[in-house]
Design a protein around this ligand. Structure first.
Ligand code: UDP
Ligand code: MN
Length: 286
């Protein structure tokens, strides 16, 4: 990696631990410029040679204000933590039913193929970390980072790993990424939780005082109806971790565009729910 400054990670951690400031960011313009961010939302200028290279993966649809807020917030936070990183935003072409798992899988592959990242942080568009000392890196085990969400006043249920989840490259490969088969709202995070458990990867969760996130308000989205079949699907999906995910992604979508926007890489894809389910009918209805 070029242009990296060596820095003492221990000192930096100490500094962050002392800094217990709450971040309080709304939709206002942030008082920073992003002159060191390269097109596609990459930052390699003044980061630590020893730290991990981190990819932020944001599944996205029709929430422009939230996207602008979270991306700006992340650039500021990650630069203050001296991390090398890239931000990837994946979006489905309408008309479609939202599919968060498939979107995250495609963005992961794009990031992996171009960046050789050490750590992948799967990040909802509507969550803003409130703590400066919440380090955006991976641990040895999958790490649930959003342990306190202001929308739920904590966690909605104990096994919940949605919101912000950090997986290193080995973790993502072992669980075969996310299921591609959950269209509509709900399920992809619960199935990931099962995959992590079934593959015995273990799981850590950031303490609630550090993993504190402000939830930006939103209504239920029009292209994302609740998937009421999800509980029924869990049993068969659970048996097919190795057949449903990164290994089966290739024929399920069309890559329309990868665009280097100033603050993130935008990945635009098309997929058809009926075709995807038809191609996987042995799993969906098995
Ligand atoms: N999402 C989006 N547009 C949509 C639906 C979902 O951008 O129309 C993405 C976004 O990253 C969001 C995440 O999927 O944070 C989870 O969806 P949602 O916020 O509706 O879930 P909830 O807050 O109810 O867990
Ligand atoms: Mn949300």
């Amino acid at each position: 990696m070029d242009n990296v400054l060596p820095c003492n990670v221990e000192d930096r951690l100490q500094e962050l631990l002392l800094d217990d400031e709450e971040t309080n960011i709304g939709n206002d313009e942030l008082p920073v410029t992003f002159k060191d961010v390269q097109p596609g939302g990459k930052y390699v200028q003044k980061c630590c040679a020893f730290a991990q290279k981190v990819a932020i993966i944001i599944p996205y649809g029709d929430r422009k204000e939230q996207l602008d807020t979270v991306v700006r917030h992340l650039h500021r936070l990650l630069q203050s933590q001296h991390l090398c990183y890239g931000i990837y935003v994946s979006e489905l072409a309408y008309p479609t039913v939202f599919n968060k798992g498939l979107l995250m899988n495609v963005a992961y592959l794009t990031a992996r193929d171009e960046g050789h990242y050490d750590c992948y942080i799967f990040h909802d568009v509507d969550l803003i970390s409130q703590k400066e000392r919440h380090l955006y890196i991976c641990g040895e085990k999958p790490n649930h980072m959003s342990s306190f969400n202001t929308k739920f006043g904590g966690l909605p249920y104990i096994k919940y790993i949605g919101g912000v989840l950090a997986l290193n490259d080995t973790h993502v490969r072992v669980v075969n990424g996310f299921s591609n088969l959950l269209f509509g709202w709900g399920g992809e995070d619960d199935v990931m939780e099962m995959r992590i458990a079934d593959k015995h990867l273990g799981l850590t969760r950031v303490s609630a005082d550090i993993g504190r996130y402000k939830a930006l308000p939103h209504d239920r989205d029009k292209g994302n109806p609740v998937n009421n079949d999800r509980y029924k699907m869990y049993r068969t999906l659970r048996k097919h971790t190795d057949q449903d995910g990164l290994t089966s992604l290739a024929g399920l979508y069309e890559l329309l565009k990868v665009e280097r926007r100033p603050l993130y890489t935008w990945i635009y894809i098309k997929c058809n729910k009926t075709e995807v389910l038809q191609k996987n009918k042995n799993i969906v209805f098995g």
